[in-house]
Design a protein around this ligand. Structure first.
Ligand SMILES: NC(=O)C1=CN([C@@H]2O[C@H](COP(=O)(O)OP(=O)(O)OC[C@H]3O[C@@H](n4cnc5c(N)ncnc54)[C@H](O)[C@@H]3O)[C@@H](O)[C@H]2O)C=CC1
Ligand SMILES: O=C(O)[C@@H]1CCC=N1
Length: 292
């Protein structure tokens, strides 16, 4: 690949929804790329306008046009539409005899490298190098957690380029050594922000039911989570030790934690994360088997 730094790359996003916009927002805020170097293909006018107005990047309704000059193409569509999008792009590359195919970064949940490689194959047999990445929405604040797995033929320089891209919006970037682990990451950190928000919702509604005004409860719960999160990052203590530090013997925390354990919290979390991992696999299989 000719370009070796993200700031020199033409970045194309296929899909400018929640995750595409969060990634672009994070990259621009950190100065990892500039508005002129980003183009987003987005068929839905509402999201297209949002991306244009809030991020100031170029948009189009044509995936082919968006991908024309791209060095790096981020596939940020739902798994259900990925096949059609990849095949449309591959057909356009076949027609144009494009010499240098872009490096593809797919964030589509569950969609395997095998599927992507097949769908992206150009009529002369070439296929772009593909990296699967699982990011999460805190990307918008430059606080993302992303994990990647590189497909066949991806060079060390291209992996470095992807790492640089991810560092533009992620605080943690990991490479996993088996593709299936991307689905586990999906169940952990890809979907993880939603688990956290749900827990906050439940904490707020419990306190509200016990008489605290909702806005106060929301402010207190939010700062509690932010503060606790920062302690996880900024102290050298394990989560278990930090929990123990809060838990006075025979105190209030102990009473709540005992109740969580008796309700089977660990089992509930195990089952929930496994459901997400299984769903990622199902989405991938369904997309691969689809005729669309
Ligand atoms: N939302 C999240 O927290 C995360 C999402 N992902 C993955 O990112 C992908 C996108 O998810 P979201 O951004 O949440 O979905 P979204 O629905 O917000 O965004 C997808 C966008 O793609 C557009 N789109 C639909 N058909 C298209 C086509 N043919 N060509 C171009 N664009 C098209 C839609 O109009 C929409 O704006 C999914 O595959 C998901 O698994 C990965 C990590 C986290
Ligand atoms: O819910 C989903 O399918 C996507 C993947 C990870 C987060 N959102």
């Amino acid at each position: 690949m000719a370009t070796s730094q993200i700031k020199d790359c033409q970045l194309c996003f296929i899909g400018g929804g929640n995750m595409g916009a969060a990634i672009i927002g994070g990259l621009l805020a950190k100065g990892s790329t500039s508005q002129q170097n980003v183009i987003v293909s987005e068929p839905w006018e509402v999201n297209r306008k949002k991306v244009e107005e809030s991020l100031g990047v170029r948009t189009t309704t044509s995936n082919i046009e968006a991908a024309r000059d791209a060095n790096v193409l981020v596939l940020a569509v739902k798994p259900q539409v990925a096949k059609g999008v990849c095949q449309e792009l591959a057909a356009s590359w076949s027609d144009s005899n494009r010499q240098q195919l872009p490096l593809v970064v797919s964030i589509a949940g569950g969609i395997t490298l095998n599927a992507l490689t097949q769908w992206f194959t150009v009529n002369d047999g070439r296929t772009p190098r593909v990296v699967r990445v699982m990011p999460n929405t805190p990307a918008l604040l430059g606080e993302g957690a992303s994990a990647s797995f590189a497909g066949a033929g991806v060079s060390e320089d291209e992996k470095k380029l992807v790492t640089e891209l991810l560092e533009g919006f992620s605080k943690v970037t990991e490479w996993v050594d088996r593709e299936e682990l991307i689905d586990v990451v999906t169940g952990l950190s890809g979907s993880g922000p939603a688990y956290f928000f749900l827990l906050v919702e439940h904490m707020v509604s419990s306190a509200t039911a016990l008489g605290l005004p909702k806005e106060q409860a929301q402010r207190l719960a939010t700062q509690t989570c932010l503060g606790a999160g920062r302690m996880l990052v900024e102290t050298s203590e394990s989560p278990a030790q930090l929990r123990i530090n809060v838990t006075s013997p025979k105190g209030t925390t102990e009473a709540a934690l005992k109740s969580f354990a008796e309700s089977g919290l660990q089992e509930t979390v195990n089952v929930a994360i496994k459901a997400a991992v299984d769903r990622a696999e199902e989405l991938g299989n369904a997309a691969f088997a689809s005729t669309g």
